[in-house]
Each structure stands twice: as structure tokens, then as C-alpha cells.
Design a protein around this ligand. Structure first.
Ligand SMILES: [Zn+2]
Length: 336
């Protein structure tokens, strides 16, 4: 019996040393402490020993059993620590995993750029609702119900006289209703038109409009502001051209062109070989608009302008399809 106990001790120590995971520890436990394990087996043999050897052998077997239990527990917690250590260890030689970097959408970027230029000229940002009353989208802007120009600013009607605004000029009316001149503000935001979607049309796009009202504001002030804007937006060498046009809410009105940023005025496909690109509409605020908001047209004059943010972004970045802005294709958006 003594021999046997020694043998078990040695083989147990050997096997324990080589165990390096929970599974091998468990099979060792079963082998030695299990119901049919080596210790049990020896215990079963105790009755066959002579009376003087029995107590001694019994005691030794119990000690061995406790020892094996303790050592198994100890090894188990050691293995646990090692695996925890492994988890916590940072291999500083490994290349890092870069987190995906978020970016502003090209429209947001362009809009911010436009805003910043006007803010630096003393304009403040004004915002208004996208769901509007017919009055703010049409009547107050000198577009009466029967007027043919209403077609150009047609929109989506929601219910009765509620609609989605088709231009941010609605915000101009809202500011003037609430504030007395001088007013110097820009109105960025989304607008809606029932246009069929194609490479240059979208049912929703963005505008930035501007309004300046004070005593003695002249057309030359408008030209100066827009000339400065186009130079900052498209480069110092950009030239501007004002062509007579018609808008119901301005008189006189003009379309503003810039010298083509692709061919620098020589003529190319983008500018239809004219050397000029149309970028915005502008004019002096129609006295009828002042009357609608309760300003005295004999006391105040002002100018207003409006541009499509998508159009500016398309020219600036050389994008030929407006739909790309709204398809959310990460390969496209990543480029800005
Ligand atoms: Zn050109």
C-alpha cells in the first residue's frame, strides 16, 4: 500500500505539471479523485489490510486525497490568471486598428463654406420652417395665385394652404415681419420642387439666400457683395457677369454668371462654350414685398440673392450628377 501511494503521488505531480488547460485538469481529477478513480480504488482495498496497518494507510490516503484536491485547485487558478494575462497584454508591435473617420457631407461642407463667407461680411444666419403657409411661399413674395411665375416655384402641397417651401425666400418674409431694418441675413436650408429626378434636377435640394435691407442700399452694393463672394468661393481670378432677368420678388432682377472655372472663360463643354456659368439669381427687393411685411418702400431699399448649394458644389468639385449627393454611396462621399 505504501508503495502504491508513493506511485500515485509521483504520477500525479508529473501529470499536473504537464496540464495546461481546464480540460486536462478535469481528466486528472477524474483519474485520481473520481468515483472509480485511483484513490477510491485504494480505499476499497483498505479492508484487506491487517488491523495494525489499516489506520496508518487510511490516514495517508486521506492526506493524499486532500493534497491532490488542493493542488488541482491551485493549478486551476494559475491557469485562469495566465489566460487573463494573455487577454490584457497589448502587443505594441502590432499595427493599430484605425477607427473609421466620419466626415461632413459635401453639401454640408459647401453650405458651411458659403455661410462662412457671408458671416465674415456681417450677415447672420436665419432659419425657418420647411413646412410653410402659401402666403410665405407666394403671396408675400409678390407671386399672386393667378400669376404665371407661380409655376416656376411650384411645390408639394400638404393640406389646404400648407406646403413644402419651394425656396428659402419664405424666411426673408418671416424675418422682415418680426424685425425692423437694418437687416443683413442669409437663409440656408432645404427646399422642394415637384421636378422629375435626373442628372441636374432633384425634388429636394438646398439653397442659401441672402437679404440686406437698410436706408440707401443700391444695386452696386449687391454687385460688390456677390463679386466678393464668388472670388472667395471660386478663386481670386473669378469674374462675375450680371444679366437682366425676372423674379417676382425683385426689381430689377439679374442672373449672375461667373467666368467658367474649368476653361477660365475660353469655352468648354461644361459652360456650353460660352465661357460663363450661371450660379445665382439676385436683385433689388420689390417694393411690393416691403409693403407685404409693412416696411415703407420710400424709406428702405434692399437686395436679395439666392443660390443652389448643389449647383455650387457640382461646379466646385466637378460633379456631373446631382443624384450622387443623395445616394449615400460611401465611395463617392469618401472623396470629400
Ligand atoms: Zn468652360
Amino acid at each position: 500500500m505504501e508503495e502504491k501511494i508513493k506511485e500515485i503521488k509521483t504520477s500525479f505531480q508529473e501529470e499536473l505539471k504537464n496540464a495546461n488547460d481546464g480540460n486536462s485538469l478535469e481528466s486528472i481529477r477524474i483519474k485520481y479523485l473520481g468515483r472509480k478513480g485511483l484513490i477510491s480504488e485504494l480505499m476499497g482495498k483498505l479492508p484487506t489490510l491487517s488491523a495494525d496497518k489499516k489506520p496508518q494507510a487510511g490516514r495517508e490516503l486521506n492526506i493524499l486525497k486532500t493534497q491532490i484536491q488542493k493542488e488541482l485547485e491551485k493549478k486551476k487558478s494559475e491557469l485562469k490568471d495566465i489566460s487573463l494575462d494573455k487577454k490584457d497584454t497589448i502587443d505594441i508591435t502590432m499595427p493599430g486598428v484605425l477607427p473609421e473617420e466620419g466626415k461632413l457631407h459635401p453639401i454640408t461642407k459647401t453650405c458651411n463654406e458659403i455661410n462662412d463667407i457671408f458671416i465674415s461680411l456681417g450677415f447672420r444666419i436665419a432659419e425657418g420652417p420647411e413646412i410653410e403657409k402659401e402666403f410665405y411661399n407666394f403671396e408675400a413674395l409678390n407671386i399672386p395665385l393667378e400669376h404665371p411665375s407661380r409655376d416656376a416655384f411650384d411645390t408639394f402641397y400638404i393640406k389646404g394652404d400648407t406646403l413644402l417651401r419651394s425656396h428659402t425666400s419664405t424666411v426673408q418674409i418671416r424675418i422682415m415681419e418680426k424685425t425692423q431694418p437694418p437687416i443683413q441675413a442669409i437663409m440656408p436650408g432645404k427646399v422642394y420642387r415637384p421636378d422629375a429626378v435626373d442628372a441636374s434636377h432633384s425634388f429636394m435640394f438646398h439653397q442659401v439666400e441672402g437679404l440686406l435691407v437698410d436706408k440707401g442700399v443700391r444695386f452696386s452694393d449687391l454687385k460688390g457683395v456677390l463679386d466678393l463672394f464668388t472670388k472667395r468661393m471660386f478663386g481670386e481670378r473669378t469674374k462675375t457677369r450680371f444679366r437682366p432677368s425676372f423674379f417676382p420678388f425683385t426689381e430689377p432682377s439679374a442672373e449672375v454668371d461667373i467666368s467658367c472655372i474649368i476653361c477660365k472663360g475660353k469655352g468648354c463643354r461644361v459652360c456650353s462654350h460660352t465661357g460663363w456659368l450661371e450660379i445665382l439669381g439676385a436683385g433689388m427687393v420689390n417694393p411690393k414685398v416691403f409693403e407685404a411685411v409693412g416696411y415703407s418702400p420710400s424709406k428702405y431699399t434692399g437686395f436679395a440673392f439666392g443660390m443652389g448649394v448643389e449647383r455650387i458644389a457640382m461646379l466646385k468639385y466637378g460633379i456631373d450628377d446631382i443624384r450622387l449627393f443623395f445616394e449615400n454611396d460611401i465611395r463617392f462621399l469618401k472623396q470629400f
